[in-house]
Design a protein around this ligand. Structure first.
Ligand code: GLS
Length: 838
C-alpha cells in the first residue's frame, strides 16, 4: 500500500551496514563522535569497544529487519524457545566471527590505534543464567540462526544477572552483577508493551444462551516492555531475535498525590514492586525454592510472550485450528509451564473457543524438555499461593487435571492409586501443583537431554505417564554445543589448523567433517602443531592464574580441570579429596619415585548458590588445601591447586582450550547430560568421568580407549544407597586417610569441614563418594601413566576431536526441528520476498 515514489526513496537510502575496512572505520568514528559524543582525544578502550559494537549492531539490525520481513511475508511456521535463562556471554567477538568480518574489524581498529583483543576484553558478559541449562539455550539460539530456522527466544531482562563471585579468605562472597550500565546489544522497544495482571478475583456468569464465562478482574497490573537482542547466524542471511521482557509499574510513574501528602515511601512502592519482577535472576542451579516472586517472574514472562505470539498469529487472519501449524513453543524445563495454562485461558476466556477445541490446539503446540531428575529441582507450587496470585489459572489447572484424570480412569479403571500418583495436584499439606506433570499433560512431546537421562525419566519419575500416553510421546534429543563459540572463537589457532586439513571452515557448519582429521592422528608434523597450540593455550591460562591468584604454575604440567556449578552431586568434594590423597602420596614418596611422577595442576572453578552451605564449604576446602600445598616447597611443581574466581562464559573460553584432562564425575544417574564435557573434548582435552549423562555417548563416539571412565553404574546406585542406610557402611581406607589428615588440622580449622566429612561418614554418603573413591584414584593413576607417553596422548586427543561431530548443537536443533517442531529453514531464495533478501 506504500506509493511507488516513497518506496523508491526508502530503497535508495536503505541502510546496508559496512562490509569493507574503510566503511567500518567510518562507522566507528561516527559512533565515537556522535552516539558517544567523544573524539580521538578521549576515546579510550571502553569507548572504542562501544563504537565497534555499535557499528556491528547497525549491521546486524539491517539483517534482522530483512529476516523478520522474510518470515512475515512467507508466513512460515516459527518456533518460540521459552527459557528463563540465556547465558549469552560476550557478543562482540561472536558477532564479528558470525558475520565473517573479524579481520576487517581487526585491521580497522588497528588503524584507529586499538588492538582487537583489548577491545573484546572490555565487554561485560551477559550472564542471564546459572549454568548448563542457560548456556544450552544460548547455543541453541546460535544454531537456530545458523541453520536459518525462523525462531525467537523469549526470556527476562534481569537487571542483575548471576552474581559475581569473589573469593575472600578462601570463602565465596557474592557481589551484584550490574551489567546494564551500557549494553549496545539490545534495542529497547518502548512501543511494544503488554499489561500483565496479578491477584484479583474471578467472576463467573452465564450469558443469555446459558454459556458460562469467567472474568478475571481486579488485582494489580504490571507493564512488560520488550528489549530485542539480535542473534546472527554463522555465515547465513538470518539474524533472529531474542526478546527479553522488562517490568515496570503500569502507570510508569510514582504517585504524586501520595508524595505531596508526605507519604514518600509508598509513593514509589508500587513502582519499585513492579520493577522487582525482572530485577534479579534466581541464582540456583538444579534447585527450586517456591518463592512467590519467582512464580511472578514466570507468569510475567510467559504472559507477555504469549500475548506477543498470539498477536503475531492473529495478523495472519488464519483460523485458530491452524495455530499449531504456525507456532511451535518449546518449554525449556518446567519454568515456562504456565504458558500452557495461559494459552488455554486466552482461547476460552478471551477468544471464546470451546474447551476441547482450545485444548487440542494447546496440546499440539507445546513441547517440554526435562533437564533433571533431581527431586529438589522438580518444581511444585503451593495451591494457596497460586490461588492468591493467579486465581483464574488455578481454576483452569483444576479443569485440566479433572479431564486428564477422567481419561486415566477410563483407561485404567481399577487403579485408584495411579490417579493419586499422576494427579497434577499433590494431595499434601498444603496442596501443591506439580509443574512437570502439567507440562507433560499439556505437551505433544517430552524429551530428555541425553540417552541415559531420557531412559531414566521414562523408567523413574515419569514412568506412569509412559503407560498413560504411550512411549512415543517421550523422546531423546542429546544436547549439543555450538562449534562457533566453543571452537572457532575460544580456540582460533586450533580452528585454523583444522581448517587447513579439512578444506576450509566448512566444518563449522557441518561438524561431522572433523572426521577428516583422523588420518592425521599419526602425522608427526600435524601432531607437533597440535601440541604447540595446546601449550600456547596453557600458557595463556597460566598467565590468567598468575594474574588472579598470584600462583605460578608450570604450563608443562598436566592441567586437570573441573569447572561447573558447585554441587554435591557433581562431586567436587571427591576431586579435592583425591587431590589430598595425591598430596599425601607425594609426601611419602622417595626422591626417585617423585622423579617418575607427572606434575599436575588441579584447577577448580564454579559458583555455589548463595544459600547452599555445603557447596560453599567445598569451595572453602579447595582454597584451604591450595593454600597449604601451593606453599609446600617440598612438593613444588609436582602439585598445585587453583580455585579460579568467578567462572563464567568468557573465562570458560580461556579455560577450556587449556585442559589436558577435565573431570565430569557426577554420581551415576544424576547429571542429565553435561555440556562442558563436549566442549573440553572438542578442544583437544581428554576426560575422566563416570558413566553418566552425555559421557556415555561421548564414549561411544570417541571409543573406550580415549576416555577414562570409572565408578559405579546408575543401575547400582539405589542398592548402594540402601546398603549405606541399613548395613554397616565401611569407608574406603584411602578416603579415611584423607579424612584423618583433614581432621588433624593440616588444612586449617577442623570444624569448618566437619559437615562435609559427616555427610559421608555419618549420613549415608548419598552421593557415593566412598563407593567410587578407589576406582577414581586408580583411574587418575592411569591418567598419569598415559600422559607420560605424549606421543600416544596427542593421538588420542586428535582421534577424539575427529569423532566429536555428533555433539554440534546444529545436529541437536535439526532433531528438534524435525521430530518436535515440524519447521523448515527459510532463506531469501525461499518464497517471494519482494527483493527483500540480499
Ligand atoms: C541441567 C543439567 O543439570 C545438565 O546436566 C544439562 O546438561 C543441562 C542442559 O540440559 O541442564 N539442568 C539444570 O537444571 N541445570 C543444568 O545445567
Amino acid at each position: 500500500s506504500i506509493p511507488e515514489n516513497q518506496r523508491e526513496a526508502w530503497k535508495k537510502y536503505q541502510t546496508k551496514g559496512f562490509s569493507t575496512k574503510e566503511e567500518f572505520e567510518k562507522d566507528v568514528v561516527r559512533h565515537v563522535e556522535t552516539t558517544l559524543a567523544r573524539s580521538m582525544f578521549n576515546c579510550d578502550e571502553t569507548a572504542a569497544y562501544a563504537a565497534a559494537s555499535l557499528a556491528f549492531r547497525d549491521r546486524l539490525i539491517t539483517e534482522w529487519n530483512r529476516t523478520q520481513q522474510r518470515q512475515t511475508f512467507t508466513d512460515s511456521k516459527r518456533v518460540y524457545y521459552l527459557s528463563l535463562e540465556f547465558l549469552m556471554g560476550r557478543a562482540l567477538d561472536n558477532a564479528m566471527l558470525n558475520v565473517g568480518l573479524k579481520n576487517v574489524a581487526k585491521e580497522g581498529m588497528s588503524e584507529l590505534g586499538f588492538r582487537i583483543e583489548d577491545i573484546i576484553e572490555q565487554e561485560h558478559d551477559a550472564a542471564l543464567g546459572n549454568g548448563g541449562l542457560g548456556r544450552l539455550a544460548a547455543c541453541f539460539l546460535d544454531s537456530m540462526a545458523s541453520l536459518n530456522y525462523p525462531a525467537w527466544g523469549y526470556g527476562l531482562r534481569y537487571r542483575y544477572g548471576i552474581f559475581k563471585q569473589e573469593i575472600v579468605d578462601g570463602y565465596q562472597v557474592e557481589v551484584p552483577d550490574y551489567w546494564l550500565d551500557f549494553n549496545p546489544w539490545e534495542f529497547p522497544r518502548h512501543d511494544i508493551t503488554v499489561d500483565i495482571q496479578f491477584y484479583g478475583n474471578v467472576r463467573k456468569y452465564q450469558d443469555d444462551k446459558g454459556v458460562q464465562t469467567a472474568v478475571w478482574e481486579g488485582g494489580e497490573i504490571v507493564k512488560a516492555t520488550a528489549f530485542d537482542v539480535p542473534i546472527p547466524g554463522y555465515s547465513t542471511p538470518t539474524t533472529n531475535n531474542l526478546r527479553l521482557w522488562s517490568s515496570k509499574a503500569a502507570s510508569g510513574e510514582f504517585d504524586f498525590q501520595k508524595f505531596n501528602s508526605g507519604d514518600y515511601e509508598s509513593s514509589v512502592a508500587d513502582q519499585q514492586r513492579a520493577e522487582t519482577i525482572s530485577a534479579v535472576l534466581y541464582p540456583n542451579d538444579n534447585l527450586e525454592r517456591g518463592k512467590e516472586l519467582r512464580l511472578k517472574q514466570q507468569y510475567f514472562w510467559v504472559a507477555a510472550s504469549l500475548y506477543d505470539i498470539v498477536r503475531r498469529f492473529k495478523k495472519s487472519k488464519r483460523a485458530w485450528r491452524e495455530f499449531p501449524d504456525q507456532v511451535a513453543i518449546q518449554l525449556n524445563d518446567t519454568h515456562p509451564t504456565l504458558a500452557i495454562v495461559e494459552l488455554q485461558r486466552i482461547l476460552i476466556d478471551l477468544e471464546g473457543l470451546e474447551w476441547d477445541e482450545a485444548w487440542s490446539i494447546v496440546s499440539q503446540t507445546f513441547g517440554y524438555t526435562n533437564h533433571t531428575v533431581l527431586p529438589e529441582a522438580l518444581e511444585k507450587w503451593s495451591v494457596p499461593l497460586f490461588q492468591n496470585l493467579l486465581p483464574r489459572h488455578l481454576q483452569i489447572i483444576y479443569e485440566i487435571n479433572l479431564f486428564f484424570l477422567q481419561s486415566v480412569e477410563r483407561k485404567f479403571p481399577k487403579e485408584r492409586e495411579l490417579l493419586a500418583r499422576v494427579s497434577i495436584i499433590e494431595e499434601s499439606q498444603p496442596k501443591m501443583v506439580r509443574m512437570a506433570y502439567l507440562a507433560i499433560v499439556g505437551s505433544h512431546k517430552v524429551n530428555g537431554v541425553a540417552e541415559l537421562h531420557s531412559d531414566l525419566i521414562k523408567t523413574t519419575i515419569f514412568k506412569d505417564f509412559v503407560r498413560i500416553f504411550g512411549p512415543d510421546k517421550f523422546t531423546n534429543v542429546t544436547n549439543g554445543i555450538t562449534p562457533r563459540r566453543w571452537l572457532h572463537q575460544a580456540n582460533p589457532r586450533l580452528s585454523e589448523l583444522i581448517a587447513s586439513k579439512t578444506g576450509g571452515y566448512d566444518f563449522l557448519k557441518d561438524l561431522t567433517m572433523l572426521n577428516k582429521l583422523e588420518q592425521f592422528a599419526d602425522d608427526k608434523e600435524f601432531k607437533k602443531e597440535w601440541q604447540e597450540i595446546k601449550y600456547a593455550n596453557k600458557v595463556r591460562l597460566a598467565k590468567h592464574i598468575k594474574a588472579t591468584t598470584g600462583v605460578t604454575v608450570n604450563p608443562s604440567a598436566l592441567f586437570d580441570i573441573q569447572v561447573k556449578r558447585i554441587h554435591e552431586y557433581k562431586r567436587q568434594q571427591m576431586n579435592i579429596f583425591g587431590v589430598i590423597h595425591r598430596y599425601l602420596t607425594i609426601k611419602a614418596m622417595s626422591p626417585e619415585e617423585r622423579k617418575k611422577l607427572a606434575p599436575r595442576v588441579s584447577i577448580f572453578g564454579g559458583k555455589a548458590a548463595p544459600g547452599y552451605w555445603m557447596a560453599k564449604t567445598i569451595i572453602h576446602l579447595v582454597n584451604s588445601v591450595g593454600a597449604v600445598i601451593n606453599k609446600d616447597a617440598d612438593v613444588g611443581d609436582l602439585l598445585k591447586v587453583i580455585f579460579l574466581e568467578d567462572y563464567n562464559v568468557s573465562k570458560a573460553e580461556t579455560i577450556i582450550p587449556a585442559s589436558d584432562i577435565s573431570e565430569h564425575i557426577s554420581t551415576a544417574g544424576t547429571e542429565a547430560s553435561g555440556t562442558s564435557n563436549m566442549k573440553f573434548v572438542l578442544n583437544g582435552g581428554l576426560i575422566i568421568g563416570t558413566c553418566d549423562g552425555a559421557n556415555i555417548e561421548i564414549t561411544r563416539e570417541v571409543g573406550e580407549n580415549n576416555i577414562f571412565l570409572f565408578g559405579n553404574l546408575s543401575e547400582d546406585v539405589d542398592e548402594l544407597r540402601h546398603a549405606h542406610t541399613y548395613g554397616r557402611h565401611e569407608l574406603d581406607p584411602n578416603l579415611t586417610k584423607v579424612f584423618d589428615s583433614i581432621k588433624s588440622g593440616t588444612f586449617g580449622d577442623v570444624n569448618s569441614f566437619s559437615a562435609l566429612i559427616g555427610a559421608i561418614e555419618d549420613h549415608g554418603d548419598y552421593y557415593l563418594v566412598s563407593d567410587d573413591f578407589l576406582s577414581y584414584i586408580q583411574t587418575q593413576d592411569l591418567v598419569d601413566q598415559a600422559y607420560k607417553n605424549q606421543d600416544e596422548w596427542v593421538s588420542k586427543c586428535i582421534i577424539s576431536v575427529a569423532r566429536m561431530g555428533f555433539f554440534s548443537s546444529d545436529r541437536c536443533i535439526n532433531e528438534y526441528a524435525e521430530s518436535i517442531w515440524n519447521i523448515e529453514p527459510l532463506t531469501p531464495e525461499d518464497g517471494n520476498t519482494s527483493g527483500l533478501g540480499k
